[in-house]
Design a protein around this ligand. Structure first.
Ligand SMILES: Nc1ncnc2c1ncn2[C@@H]1O[C@H](COP(=O)(O)OP(=O)(O)OP(=O)(O)O)[C@@H](O)[C@H]1O
Length: 311
């Protein structure tokens, strides 16, 4: 078992409150577990940033995990820190790629088993954002608008289906943009209804947005959904609910990999979110940081996607 210090950051608002501190301490078999409950936005980032050594367990949803990743990123991703996730949000998209079960006892077991991998992280930069990180997926376009629209009230009323509902609602009215996508310096001009930049594979509450992403390959995967129209959109819609439906080969869908991805759109910017959190609609650059984050993964984790399609 772990012989290191453990800090648990728990967001009671995202469901982390279901974890009983005493029970968790017992299950982790530790005498020294520091237990912190977040009270507001920014707490998880602050408590992660000051943690320079040992296991950092985050009990929360993707928003809380993203805050913790930003805290670690701003501290330079300390090499003696390992992140563990107890998924207790609505979407838990990152946990899905990392194969961490949602069931609390199973999730705690993965922490106890301690399979550590080094995954890539990504840095986001725009005129207003100087230092921002994500490890899962950034989306711009209808995916991001759907995430922003899907507020806490909708999440509590509709659960996981709130994401699908919001996506269909937004996709109906969304106007594609002219996009300049720059992949390691190479410019591509295209129409874009949605741009996903992924280190991991799931976004928007279980949608396989970036089917072929590999968190350990030192690259970001870019998937652009073009101006498909309603018929084209309906053609790729099964991907929202069915993991084995890989839509990268569909007409009007562009896929590439790069270390650095810049996105500029006109006449208006695409509103982007990273790990579900709003980052704005300015021209934006995403840069991979290979192997930056030590993270505990589940028993079924494989870095390569299993989608029945050649990478
Ligand atoms: N004690 C608290 N009470 C209310 N809100 C909090 C508290 N602590 C943190 N928060 C805020 O809760 C928000 C939601 O957290 P999180 O994203 O983890 O859960 P979720 O939205 O249910 O899950 P997901 O992002 O996976 O759908 C975060 O934006 C965070 O700032």
């Amino acid at each position: 078992m772990h012989e290191e210090k453990i800090r648990v950051i728990c967001n009671p608002a995202s469901g982390g409150g279901d974890y009983d501190p005493d029970e968790l301490k017992k299950l982790l078999g530790e005498t020294e577990v520091e237990w912190i409950l977040t009270e507001d936005e920014g707490d998880a980032e602050r408590y992660a940033r000051e943690w320079t050594e040992g296991l950092l367990v985050v009990a929360g949803g993707d928003g809380t995990v993203n805050e913790a990743v930003n805290g670690l990123g701003k501290a330079g991703f300390p090499e003696n820190v390992t992140l563990a996730i107890l998924p207790s949000g609505t979407g838990n998209d990152l946990a899905q790629t990392l194969a961490i079960p949602e069931e609390p006892e199973e999730a705690i077991k993965t922490v106890r088993d301690g399979r550590v991998r080094e995954i890539d992280a990504a840095r986001v930069e725009s005129t207003h954002l100087k230092e921002r990180y994500f490890v899962n997926v950034a989306t711009g376009g209808f995916g991001a608008e759907a995430s922003s629209m899907n507020d806490e009230e909708m999440k509590s009323r509709w659960g996981k289906f709130s994401y699908l509902r919001a996506t269909l609602e937004v996709a109906r009215k969304h106007e594609p943009r002219d996009a300049l996508i720059v992949l390691d310096g190479e410019e591509k001009q295209m129409r874009a209804a949605n741009v996903a930049v992924g280190n991991c594979r799931y976004a928007g509450g279980g949608w396989l947005a970036v089917p072929n992403a590999n968190p350990e390959d030192g690259l970001l995967d870019v998937v652009v959904i073009g101006d498909l129209g309603l018929k084209g959109m309906l053609g790729i819609a099964p991907a929202a609910l069915n993991d084995s439906f890989n839509y990268l080969d569909a007409e009007g869908v562009f896929h590439a990999r790069a270390k650095e991805v810049r996105v500029e759109t006109s006449p208006e910017g695409l509103a982007f979110t990273a790990d579900g959190e709003v980052i704005g609609d300015e021209p934006v650059t995403f840069t991979v940081i290979p192997g930056a984050l030590k993270v505990i993964v589940g028993a079924d984790y494989t870095p390569e996607p299993d989608t029945g399609r050649e990478p």
